[in-house]
Design a protein. Sequence first.
Length: 419
Amino acid sequence: MKTTQEILKTAKEASKKISLLTTQMKNDALTAMADEIEAETNLIMEANNADVEDAREKLNSVMIDRLSLSPERIKGMADGIRDVVKLPDPAGKILKTVIRPNGLVIKKVSVAMGVVAMIYESRPNVTSDAAALSLKSGNVCVLRSGKEAIRSSTAIVKAMKNGLKKVGLSEDLINLIEDTSRNSANELMTAVGYVDLLIPRGGAGLIASCVANAKIPCIQTGTGICHVFVDESADFDMALNIIENAKTSRPSVCNAEEVLLVHKSIAEKFLPALKKRLVSDRERDGKVPVELRLCERAAKIIDGTPAGEKDFDTEFLNYILAVKIVDDVHAAIEHIGLHSTHHSDAIITENKENAELFTAITDSAAVYVNASTRYTDGGEFGLGCEIGISTQKLHARGPMGLEELTTYKYVVEGNGQIR
């Protein structure tokens, strides 16, 4: 097993050559990588089954689902890579040209970051998404998977390296750190001179650790305390459909709803309908019911679990929803401003003025009107797939695709000018 330092040196050397690859060469490599992932489905499933079996006593059922692969999910990973093939190559694009009075031609040109490192936890599909986006944008990736998914990640990387070999490219364009100790994570965070961008993707603890300890550029991603506010003019059926989708379609992901805010004027009618949809109907249909954690006002209308002090500041990643009654749209916006992680927040309303007010003031990477927060995703935004969802403002915000893995430089052309 290579040491982290050896892998970093290898990646740095590889980054000096990747900029010479043409778009066609990169696309051929990506296509081969996708084909190899599908061809190795059985081996990837075998590795994933071992990961899942080891994790059963450590993770809840929702997190097990996050870790688990299936032939359908593996095909989805391959198709995600093929979607990246179809996207324009962002590297080498001329963003702006200025011709100065002295004849100098100044071009602003997009270029790859160089070496992009990712520290992530228990989602094996991140392995293929990160590798595909890095390669297409002209970057070399260094991946550091969590221990829960290391067998799965290793099998996926092996398949992708086979794809690179089949088209005559270096396997060193994709690198996986097999050491899952805290030491390897710390080495990545402090890899000055080797890593150009660090992207942590996982729980709040991982992201906070990277932000606090990284000595290289680091992007905050992922943590999602996502809100849905049901305004007084909302269509109830639409609101219930959106809430159920946002909370239950995949509760283990960062764009799942964690907090529901309800306008006080509709709470008496809406909350019983909410409990029926998320609790009674789901129990009747053999689905996991949602535990409703209620503020004092909501608890006077329906039964549920009293909300604790931290429930409106928690990313549950489970079938749990914190519910609060608010006085109006202004109170909803204020609550979100105090408790949101600036990921994805939504308003359900038929009032155009309230919708415009909500979208103007709510300071999140994605702000929705009458749609589920579950759409905050690179694939859904037309980015092919994503390397993470940034909840900060510099240099990227929201789902990060190819363009967010590039920076730019100025190319200045002259004919002897001196200053």
